[in-house]
Design a protein around this ligand. Structure first.
Ligand code: ADP
Ligand code: MG
Length: 730
């Protein structure tokens, strides 16, 4: 810049430095003083005490005062400075991997320092790497020292200073009324904020560090309340979108009535209830966003089929999407069996069909001839043009990655209904349902014409999940959805007996398998998913297949895994369904949805490697018929603690909700929802695993405030959503 070179260096340096701190703060999202006051400590350091060296333990932080008794700067084989310091109780090593001359001077023998850092177990006893060294015998802080989340080059002191200034400038008024705060037994916002940023000596240090202090509870409550309020607002906002009202046909020859008549069973009362809930939603003029939850084997498919038939009867197309080809294929077969006798053509579309078949399918879909389309993600990834898509059903939606659920539901709202009627949104993975490629040709137009902006409705959406999630998680993750739950299993099921058997006793298990085959039952033998190596995974399955084929010469042993060509996969599954295969060796491709009622024995190899939710899903493949079913969890010793707890949970309960709760306890919510990056990270302070009571309180308060005090809702959201338009999105 032309003028820059005339500016004296001294003058320009200063504003530049200021700008840098500001920029660094901005990088943390800290723009206004309000942002700063909500930038709460990540943890606290206890610098209030000098600890005797003899009391130090690895992994803990330490603050000691000690004298240097040895010190050595070496440059070979690599540059490092080491020292040993001593107090009355013992000695400990210090080490720097890079160092300045002045640090070397500090470590002159005989000098005494205050030293802080994390203790590690080293080769020659305990040591502290890159300790903080300050003057000994200076006054100790009286209270805990907050440590803030920060970014490169922004030091704790400058962050502390900025926050301290903000605390003086901002009025810490409460968003909630005193009466409510009192009733909930919460601290005031001001007190909570001041305590967390600047604890005083009398405060319970342990509670502050563990986030159980009343000040933390207040902040977590506020955060959860904001989340509940915004999700509820998102749900409301969707009511302003338009969908086609799909009237239920009450005539005795309606498609639904005819399907029900043709079934070999009648609906359970739970199925009946959720069917009614869905039916009522479909008749509304705004889109349904409903989650159908039900444990494995609870009978969700028929409920989905009834929803589809109501929609088809009302004159729109329906798409059903499943996460795996095997499951999609199974749905396709089942729906064909149910729907074709009713005169409804079911269309099949996956990524792996031949170009020719795809062309035919696309034509059937865009001309509107195909009324029910079943498939995988291919349904939305390619430029499939629907003629008049009115209902989207997504099975096993958690498999698409719940992680993106919230972000997608948000996106769906942004895609303004017209041009890209998002086949929208609440459930699937990133490539799905963002769906600018999906377009729905308005009914009144010819199929050949381009979709136009005057298309004014978007499809209803039903998602299904067999992964029961604990109530508190459901409250936060599905707060923007309506939820229907099938809470009882169809009659006549006998609980699956679960056996834990060490793989040393494999032969015994083979005996069980032979017995089951002998009385005409079928068996799954599941091999683990070894994440690091797809091929190793495959190898286990292939080896097992070979071993079982040799061990069971009188029976047919099949093999299915993810890398088989689609047609082959389908053929194997068909053979198993038709009982032409006695024992099916498989990888976890059969994990979700597969329904072969005659299979009554499942052996899970290396059960200790599976997650709890996955084991539950797998076990759900048996116990679907009348025969008494057994699930054998073969494990390899030694077991880790976590693995032991998982197997114990499987042994002790079959209740999906109980299992989900234990999973949450064992793993934490991030992993439970299938991804460490799941929306749980949206919560900065609250922890869904431990703060369930607060979630419930926040949920109730949100309902109350929305009904009675819209101005408080607004105030609260303004505080907590500030600069976080991405709150639901990131
Ligand atoms: P999921 O909820 O796991 O998807 P499915 O829909 O696959 O369960 O149903 C599991 C099995 O139960 C299927 O074989 C299905 O035909 C059967 N089924 C569903 N509803 C009933 C019912 N009301 N009575 C008896 N069997 C049922
Ligand atoms: Mg299912």
């Amino acid at each position: 810049m032309g003028t820059a070179q005339h500016t004296p260096a001294k003058v320009s340096a200063r504003p530049k430095a200021v700008a840098t701190t500001k920029q660094k703060l901005e990088r943390l999202g800290l723009v206004s003083p309000h942002d700063l006051i909500l930038h709460l400590p990540l943890r606290y350091e206890d610098e209030t005490e000098i600890m005797p060296i003899s009391s130090l333990r690895p992994g803990r932080s330490a603050q000691i005062e000690a004298m240097v008794i040895r010190s050595d700067a070496s440059y070979q084989p690599r540059r490092q400075l080491t020292a040993v310091v001593q107090d009355e109780t013992g000695e400990i090593g210090l080490r720097w991997l890079t160092f300045y001359p002045n640090q070397q001077q500090q470590m002159q023998v005989g000098r005494r320092w205050r030293i802080r850092g994390e203790v590690r177990g080293g080769l020659h006893g305990y040591e502290i790497i890159h300790p903080k060294v300050t003057v000994a015998d200076s006054p100790l802080p009286a209270a805990l020292t907050p440590v803030y989340p920060t970014t490169d080059g922004l030091s704790q002191p400058s962050l502390r200073k900025a926050i301290g200034q903000a605390l003086e400038r901002v009025e810490l008024n409460d968003t909630l009324e005193p009466a409510l705060i009192k009733r909930l037994g919460l601290q005031s916002f001001a007190e909570a904020i001041r305590t967390l940023h600047a604890p005083t000596p009398d405060m319970d240090a342990h509670a502050l560090i563990e986030h159980t202090h009343p000040s933390w509870l207040r902040i977590k409550f506020d955060e959860l309340l904001a989340q509940q309020l915004s999700l509820a607002a998102a749900r409301d906002a969707r009511r302003s979108l338009r969908a086609k009202s799909l009237k239920a046909n009450s005539k005795p020859d309606s498609l639904c009535a005819r399907l029900l008549k043709s079934l070999p069973f009648s609906l359970t009362s739970a199925q009946q209830r959720v069917t009614n809930e869905i039916s009522a939603d479909l008749q509304r003029e705004f889109p349904m966003y409903r989650l159908l939850q039900g444990d494995v084997g609870s009978g969700k498919t028929v409920v989905a089929a009834l929803a589809a038939l109501q929609a088809i009867d009302a004159g729109v197309q329906v798409a059903l999407m499943a996460p795996t080809e095997i499951l999609a294929e199974q749905h396709f077969q089942k729906l064909k069996m149910w729907c074709e006798p009713l005169g409804i053509e079911v269309c099949w579309l996956t990524g792996s069909i031949t170009p020719k078949a795809r062309k035919i399918a696309n034509e059937a879909i865009s001309s509107g001839r195909a009324r029910l389309i079943v498939g995988t993600q291919a349904l939305i990834q390619d430029s499939v043009e629907f003629f008049d898509l009115g209902l989207v059903i997504v099975d096993e939606q958690h498999r698409f990655g719940v992680a993106q659920r919230l972000s997608l539901s948000k996106k769906g709202e942004e895609l303004e209904a017209p041009r890209t009627p998002a086949m929208a949104t609440t459930s699937a993975g990133p490539a799905m349902l963002t769906a600018p490629s999906i377009s729905t040709v308005p009914t009144q137009q010819s199929a050949a014409s381009k979709p136009t902006a005057n298309k004014d409705w978007i499809p209803h959406q039903l998602t299904m999940s067999a992964t029961p999630i604990p109530r508190t998680l459901a409250m936060t993750f599905y707060a923007d959805l309506e939820v229907s739950s099938i809470d009882t299993l169809p009659p006549g099921r006998t609980p699956v007996v679960t056996k834990l058997i060490s793989s040393a006793r494999r032969d015994q298990v083979l005996g069980h398998v032979a017995q089951a085959c002998a009385i005409g039952q079928q068996v799954y033998w599941v091999c683990p998913l070894v994440q690091e190596s797809e091929s190793l995974d495959l190898q286990t399955a292939v080896d097992t297949h070979l071993a079982l084929t040799q061990a069971l010469p009188d029976y047919t042993v099949g093999l299915v895994h993810g890398q088989l060509p689609t047609a082959e996969k389908a053929a194997v599954m068909k053979a198993f369904r038709e009982a032409n295969i006695n024992v099916l060796v498989s990888t976890t491709v059969i994990e979700v949805g597969v329904d072969v009622p005659n299979a009554s024995l499942m052996v899970i190899e290396h059960a200790e490697r599976f997650g709890l939710a996955q084991l539950h899903q797998l076990r759900g493949r048996v116990g679907r018929g009348v025969a008494k079913s057994v699930c054998v969890l073969l494990y390899q010793t030694p077991l880790s603690m976590l693995a032991r707890e998982r197997l114990r949970a499987m042994y002790e309960t079959q209740d999906g909700f109980e299992i989900a709760q234990r999973d949450l306890d064992l793993r934490g919510p991030g992993e439970l929802l299938g991804s460490k990056q799941s929306g749980v990270t949206l919560l900065r302070f609250a922890d869904l695993a431990t703060d369930s009571a607060l979630v419930v309180a926040a949920r109730e308060t949100a309902t109350e405030l929305r009904a009675k005090a819209p101005q408080i809702v607004e105030r609260h959201l303004a505080r907590w959503m500030r600069g976080r338009e991405d709150f639901l999105r990131s």
